[in-house]
Design a protein around this ligand. Structure first.
Ligand SMILES: Cc1cc2nc3c(=O)[nH]c(=O)nc-3n(C[C@H](O)[C@H](O)[C@H](O)COP(=O)(O)OP(=O)(O)OC[C@H]3O[C@@H](n4cnc5c(N)ncnc54)[C@H](O)[C@@H]3O)c2cc1C
Ligand code: SF4
Length: 507
């Protein structure tokens, strides 16, 4: 059963065994796995419930509908970083690009060996990745869907001898490369949580309440006893009714920004002082390039290809094209030059670079909204600069006429010889135009309650019956797109919680 604000006509009072707050990669997997283990599960989701009937392929309509702040969420720093977040049933998985990676072995090894996190080794995690990959239909993008944009990058990488390959995604056979994955897949091909774990859980009797925002957490004797919040109007999103849920166990899955925000607002689970700290985001920049040939970069899967030649430096390059109405807003320059380039938008290729960041940001609960402070450090800036240089090199090797590294002080490169300029430049962070899509780390897991918020299974150190299951628990940056990691750890932690349910419920 999925109930939305439209169906709720009075204050809502619910009692259940498990209440999961948030329905994204962490929450939906946890909820469905617990329901499958026989527990009574209720999911509360602040966003609405949207299906392919609502997905009109228009980026601006869809960001208004399914993104927090209409897609304009950003960090505060110099420069600010655009950090969009999903707010809908399925969370960010409904509006993401669909790229999937297992957590790299060296990351898992580090967590187990250096941070002492039990049961996180690649061997232990293998069966959880297998399970997620089967349910999510994860496989390589079919050759006929990779698109000209990726073919050009492949050509450039091949000529330079750089390591590259086709990405894996969670899609079914209906993907036809229409290019609007981040705005709701109109073919129901991309396997967001709204199409996989949520309906599977609902089929087993799980209840999902959309337009239900949790605001207050009530503790008693070290237990999270109930949560309160607001039922929002389905159209205006104005407060409509009150919400009160009692549960034996709670799982917080609001995501890396909203979970610490909720905890900080309530002054809870922060004896370590770590709630909201340790924010990593995989900061990313984009390079565009003008070709004489047609690219039509919006045809095909936008994120279908990667170049991982510099992965030892924590640098990853992945497809970053989008529909023309969106690309228009990111074409560099103004005035005449902008108009000329816009007229040639079908000749423009675009690719992104992200780094596994060593910078640590912080989420605060100032005023009535989360505030993210993120000031990128010199080391991460230098690696983004290296990424811009190498991606520009790849585009020239592929035959680009001009390359635009999206730098305020060097907006255009006209020949491969000019790469030297980029190489010699000490790029200042203020010249970067950054965005980020992978916030992690703000309620990190750890052995020691003095330095972490949850244990290795996501159990909150400061509460007897509360867990966190979302991107916030990961103690370091991953270097690869995180959704499969979040899903696999949720699967593992759901198994642990289901086995030990009575212990936590009666604690
Ligand atoms: C545009 C975009 C593209 C991306 N592309 C990829 C990709 O290709 N591959 C990849 O691996 N990752 C990608 N990501 C990131 C990935 O989608 C996220 O890392 C992942 O979904 C995070 O899972 P989560 O459970 O932590 O949070 P989310 O999936 O964001 O879910 C959190 C949910 O909790 C709800 N919520 C928050 N607070 C409350 C509250 N108080 N009460 C009720 N509900 C609440 C939110 O509305 C939201 O729906 C992308 C992200 C974006 C934004
Ligand atoms: S490219 Fe494939 S997954 Fe993306 S929106 Fe189109 S059909 Fe869906």
């Amino acid at each position: 059963m999925i109930v939305t604000g439209r169906d709720i006509h009075g204050d809502l009072r619910i009692e259940t065994e498990v209440c999961v707050i948030g329905s994204g990669a962490g929450g939906a997997v946890m909820a469905k796995e617990l329901r499958e283990a026989g527990l009574e599960v209720v999911v509360l989701e602040e966003g609405g419930h949207f299906t392919r009937a609502d997905f009109n392929r228009e980026p601006f309509d869809m960001t208004r509908l399914m993104y927090r702040d209409g897609g304009a969420t950003a960090t505060i720093g110099f420069p600010p970083v655009l950090l969009p977040l999903g707010r809908t049933v399925g969370g960010s998985t409904t509006i993401n690009s669909g790229t999937c990676f297992r957590t790299p072995d060296y990351v898992l090894d580090r967590w187990e060996r250096e941070l002492g996190l039990a049961d996180t080794s690649p061997r232990t995690m293998e069966r959880f990745f297998d399970r997620v990959e089967k349910i999510q239909k994860i496989g390589e993008v079919r050759e006929e869907l990779i698109g000209r944009n990726a073919e050009l990058v492949r050509r450039g990488a091949q000529r330079l001898g750089y390591s590259h390959g086709t990405l894996k995604r969670n899609v079914n056979e209906n993907c036809r490369g229409c290019g609007v994955c981040c705005f709701g897949c109109p073919s129901d091909a991309k396997m967001g949580m709204h199409l996989t774990y949520i309906p599977a859980g609902v089929g087993l009797g799980m209840k999902v309440y959309a337009h239900c925002r949790v605001e207050r957490l009530a503790m008693r004797d070290g237990r999270l006893e109930s949560v309160e919040g607001t039922v929002l109007d389905a159209v205006t999103r104005r407060p409509k009714h009150r919400l009160h849920v009692r549960a034996r166990v709670f799982v917080l899955s609001g995501g890396t920004i909203m979970t610490p925000y909720l905890l900080l607002r309530n002054g809870l689970f922060n004896s370590s002082g770590q709630v909201g700290r340790n924010l990593t985001i995989h900061p990313a920049v984009r390079v565009q390039a003008l070709f004489d040939e047609d690219v039509y970069g919006w045809r095909g899967v936008p994120q279908s290809y990667f170049v991982d030649q510099f992965k030892d430096l924590g640098i990853m390059m992945e497809g970053a094209h989008g529909p023309p109405s969106l690309m228009c807003t990111s074409v560099p320059f103004i005035g005449r030059k902008y108009a000329d380039l816009l007229a040639r938008i079908r000749n423009l290729a675009a690719f992104g670079v992200m780094v596994s960041d060593t910078t640590r940001g912080r989420v605060h609960a100032w005023a009535r909204r989360p505030v993210m402070i993120y000031q990128i450090n010199r080391y991460d800036t230098d690696r983004l600069a290296k990424g811009l240089l190498e991606l520009s090199r790849i585009f020239f090797a592929a035959g680009a006429r001009e390359v635009y590294p999206t730098l305020h002080n060097l907006p255009i490169l006209r020949s491969p010889d000019e790469l030297v300029k980029l190489e010699r430049m000490k790029i200042k962070r203020r010249f970067l135009e950054m965005s980020a899509f992978h916030p992690l780390g703000t309620c990190r897991m750890g052995k020691d309650p003095r330095t972490s918020v949850v244990d290795t299974y996501g159990k909150v150190h400061d509460a007897k019956n509360a867990f966190i299951s979302d991107g916030s628990i990961f103690p370091t940056s991953l270097g690869v797109n995180p959704q499969e990691t979040i899903m696999a750890f949720s699967t593992r932690n759901a198994e642990y919680l289901a086995h030990n349910f009575r212990r936590f419920a009666n604690a």
